[in-house]
Design a binder for this molecule. Structure first.
Ligand SMILES: NC(=O)c1ccc[n+]([C@@H]2O[C@H](COP(=O)([O-])OP(=O)(O)OC[C@H]3O[C@@H](n4cnc5c(N)ncnc54)[C@H](OP(=O)(O)O)[C@@H]3O)[C@@H](O)[C@H]2O)c1
Length: 243
């Protein structure tokens, strides 16, 4: 439920941030071909001494590589230093005429053991329904932007009805951490507003993947299991969205 986001983490600092995250206890890392950091993620994993089987690794295919799925996944696996990922996502919807083709390649590569599960990112409900009804299978996951300001109960319910797990991205970037509602609830629990935001995702069953390069923030963003939000606190945070 709590992963480490790695967008914009590059080079030595990126590798160090992923290592710090693994040492802090994260066991889920979110990367992508487009982030250009799969080698650093793989090296950090090797340096950490944490076993491959203990870590949930996600990477993503850029839709610009829609005709090179197999080769792109092979390059990801080489860079990550593994023979499979736990979750492989289509990073964004390819043009409509390629939607099924890409998805069927994903299903095939999963069936061949290269990815334990496959999913999508930035897909609409209509696109998800097309995968299910026309292209053969419902995706396991849709990774989409989520934060208190973007909270959309109907969209969340529609994913749940379809059996698609929601992974929220940019949970903090889109959030005013000085909002009095968040500050007030944070004070009540003796935690930071960022921790409240991340925990609120978990209360809604949304997987959360915050990114940080700062060791202290990496650690506090992961420290979400020693408190929980009361239903009325969740409801107050829900009101930060116009929906
Ligand atoms: N599928 C997609 O299309 C897509 C798109 C965007 C993101 N993602 C994934 O989602 C992950 C998270 O999203 P994101 O990186 O866009 O945004 P984010 O995790 O919401 O926010 C990252 C920003 O917040 C700061 N930050 C982190 N922890 C903080 C804290 N405790 N207090 C205050 N500021 C804090 C970070 O700065 P410092 O680093 O200085 O701490 C950074 O500037 C990405 O890394 C990527 O893995 C996926």
């Amino acid at each position: 439920m709590i992963g480490f986001g790695t967008w914009q983490l590059r080079g030595r600092a990126g590798r160090q941030a992923v290592l710090t995250a693994l040492q802090a206890g994260y066991r889920h890392i979110d990367t992508a071909t487009m982030y250009g950091n799969e080698t650093e993620v793989g090296r950090a994993l090797a340096d950490s001494g944490v076993g491959r089987d203990a870590v949930f690794l996600t990477t993503k295919l850029p839709s610009s590589r829609a005709d090179r799925e197999r080769a792109t996944l092979a390059a990801s696996l080489r860079a990550l230093g593994t023979d499979h990922v736990d979750l492989w996502l289509v990073h964004s919807p390819p043009p409509g005429r390629k939607l099924c083709h890409v998805w069927q390649e994903f299903l095939m590569l999963r069936d061949q053991g290269r990815a334990r599960a496959v999913g999508v990112s930035n897909y609409s409900l209509a696109q998800i329904d097309r995968l299910a009804q026309v292209c053969g299978e419902t995706p396991a996951v849709n990774q989409i932007p989520w934060s208190p300001a973007r909270h959309d109960p109907a969209l969340l319910a529609a994913h749940a009805e379809r059996g698609v797990a929601v992974e929220g991205y940019s949970p903090l970037k889109g959030t005013n951490l000085a909002d009095p509602v968040l500050v007030d609830i944070a004070k009540a629990h003796g935690v930071t507003p960022a921790q409240v935001v991340l925990r609120w995702h978990i209360e809604h069953g949304i997987t959360v993947i915050p990114k940080s390069v700062n060791p202290e923030r990496i650690a506090t963003n992961f420290d979400l299991m020693r408190f929980s939000l009361e239903p009325d606190q969740v409801a107050r945070i829900d009101t930060l969205s116009p929906r």
